[in-house]
Ligand binder design. Structure first.
Ligand code: M6R
Length: 604
């Protein structure tokens, strides 16, 4: 999704902007651009596609001494990914970059067009700069014109604007999209839409709140809240550990992240399990007091983790649990009762739909909890309580290690609540704690399995589709396996509960339909096996994943013999991730940045 950087200082502005944009690349984008104002003159460059194209275009452009600059990676929402639609957008003498969506852009554009303004792009963003310049002419001082403009916008935004009429200033506004300002000892000021571009450049950062707007100059950071009241920045130390993931010999970040799962899962468990109990010191002690229901809300892969959690909460904690897709929940006028704990799950903590449901729950007075991978993200700052998943930076757009850590957190949390409510015997909690300790070893990639999947992948490059099927928690895992494959191979894949086949989907069965069957030894094995046999009888090509040999399978991927279905879950998860990876590599796709997808979906 779109990314923003900004800089005021004396260093090489062009390099700083391009380096910052590189740190945001993993979020997904289709074009990029920068605008630099130096000695009263603007330089603006834009390019479609990867940042190397922008680097190539700017190779003869140099900046030295004082300058202000803004940069942007765009993920198209309004208008195609073209150079004209790429940010920054120009008015007569100002440039703007924007993340989010201006919902009333059509009305504003109509009024501006009637006044003779000519628009160059199809974007919603361009209205911001023209509206600002219209207000500037009324006449207003630049900051007054900017404040007036912000008041006229509806929707979600993080905005940076630079103008010749105040050449040492960057104007900013934030509402519904993240934005940070950073400082350092050299009196430079940096902006970014997430921490990553600022690590190594800034010592301290301030996270803007929704409704904040203002300006930054070499001497001042002026922040106003939505009522126009000036407020002091609240600086926090920024981590110095860049953790800037390098591929370390792996072909893709996704592959590296699959292999890292063992280490990050050990981190996720660290300090949270003892022999007898689960501890979440970060949770208020009364979080589950009076809670009669848990509602889980998320998108995409995080939704699949939530669905898995719903089985565990009901099974272990004996607490009624429902799961919602955030984009649906937002608009269906849901009934929210105060004895519900509202839990959002998000790798990024910035997904617009999920964030909005969290706001809704807070407004309705529910207790809220976020399971998130990014500290200081919007959701972490908003929720009453947070559990960090500790997966480290995930660069591959297709989520892998984040999912693994989400499920591990949920497994622990279900036992934590079971302990509080005494809904499971102590011995059972202790047994499951020993199993949890085995998870990091269970997800270590087995070389032979990876080799087998590399070879096998060539048989699965055609056909008219894939069914991923499983029962119980293996149903959300099947959904996740199908999503992984879709995202990076662009092949059609669906996840189903195994028992649903005969209610319709089995009509598609033929040799060109590939069924990836999850057959855990310790969860409804016989029932799941009969469902697969029904597909096999109708000539679907079957690829079974199991610890138990299965003679009806055309291909068989063995997993190790495990003590429990949850360990089988984690082993099968790795198999499905590797299968998607190898098929995608064979098809020659960009595994880490698949077409049309963004890492962090900050628009609805
Ligand atoms: O950052 P979030 O976990 O809130 O993101 C939700 C989805 O956009 C995300 O899981 C998406 O489905 C991934 N591309 C899955 O690989």
């Amino acid at each position: 999704m779109c990314g923003i950087v900004g800089y005021i200082g004396n260093k090489n502005t062009k390099e700083i902007l391009l380096e910052g944009l590189k740190e945001l690349e993993y979020r997904g984008y289709d074009s990029a651009g920068i605008a630099v104002l130096q000695n009263g003159t603007f330089s603006n460059y834009k390019a479609v596609g990867k940042l190397v194209n922008l680097e190539e275009k700017t190779k003869d452009f140099t900046t030295k001494d004082f300058a202000v600059g803004i940069g942007h990676t765009r993920w198209a929402t309004h208008g195609k990914p073209t150079e004209l639609n790429a940010h920054p957008h120009l008015g007569e003498s100002s440039y703007v970059v924007h993340n989010g969506i201006i919902e009333n852009y059509a009305e504003l554009k109509k009024e501006l067009t009637q006044k003779g303004v000519v628009f160059l792009s199809q974007t919603d963003t361009e209205v911001i700069v023209h509206q600002f310049e219209k207000n500037l002419k009324t006449p207003l001082e630049p900051f007054e014109a900017f404040a007036k403009t912000i008041g006229e916008l509806q929707g979600a935004y993080a905005i940076l604007l630079v103008t010749k009429s105040q050449p040492e200033t960057i104007y900013f506004a934030k509402h519904g999209s993240p934005m940070i300002v950073g400082i350092n000892a050299e009196n430079e000021k940096y902006f970014a839409s997430s921490d990553t571009p600022l690590i190594g450049q800034c010592s301290d950062v301030h996270y803007f709140e929704d409704g904040d707007y203002g300006y930054v100059t070499p001497k001042e950071i002026a922040i106003f809240d939505k009522s126009g009241i000036k407020k002091q920045p609240l600086f926090k130390k920024l981590s110095t550990n860049k953790l800037s993931a390098q591929k370390e010999g792996y072909r893709f970040f996704m592959e590296k992240e699959i292999y890292e799962q063992s280490v990050v899962l050990a981190d996720t468990l660290m300090g949270r399990i003892s022999d007898k109990e689960i501890r979440f010191d970060e949770l208020p002690h009364d979080l589950f007091e009076g809670v009669q229901e848990i509602k889980l809300c998320a998108c995409g892969t995080s939704y699949h983790a939530a669905l898995t959690a719903s089985y565990l909460f009901e099974r272990h904690a004996k607490i009624k649990t429902s799961v919602e897709i955030a984009s649906e929940f937002r608009y269906r006028e849901p009934i929210m009762s105060k004895d519900t704990l509202f839990v959002v799950i998000s790798q990024s903590g910035e997904t617009a739909d999920t964030l909005e449901t969290l706001k809704m729950a807070k407004e309705a007075g529910l207790k809220t909890l976020v399971i998130c991978n990014v500290d200081n993200s919007s959701m972490v700052r908003l929720a009453d309580a947070a559990i960090l998943t500790r997966a480290g930076i995930e660069k591959g757009v297709a989520s892998t290690k984040a999912f693994a850590t989400q499920v591990a957190v949920f497994w622990m949390l279900s036992l934590y609540v079971a302990g509080e409510r005494k809904s499971l015997p102590k011995e059972e909690i202790e047994r499951q704690i020993t199993l949890l300790r085995e998870v990091p070893a269970t997800v270590k990639v087995d070389d032979a399995t990876h080799e087998q999947l590399k070879r096998l992948s060539k048989r699965y490059l055609h056909g008219h589709g894939f069914f991923f099927i499983g029962r119980d928690v293996f149903y959300p895992l099947a959904l996740e396996g199908a999503l992984k494959l879709k995202e990076i191979s662009y092949l059609h894949a669906e996840g189903y509960p195994s028992g649903e086949m005969k209610h319709g989907p089995i009509a598609l069965a033929d040799p060109e339909l590939f069924t990836i069957a999850l057959l855990p030894q310790h969860m409804l094995y016989e029932k799941a096996k009969s469902n697969v046999e029904e597909l096999s009888a109708r000539d679907s090509t079957i690829c079974a994943v199991s610890a138990v040999a299965f003679d009806k399978a055309d291909d068989f991927i063995p997993i190790g013999v495990c003590k429990d279905y949850m360990l089988e879950f984690f082993e099968m998860m790795v198999v499905l991730q590797l299968l998607a990876l190898e098929i995608s590599i064979r098809l020659g796709n960009d595994v880490d940045m698949p077409r049309n997808l963004a890492k962090s979906v900050t628009v609805e």
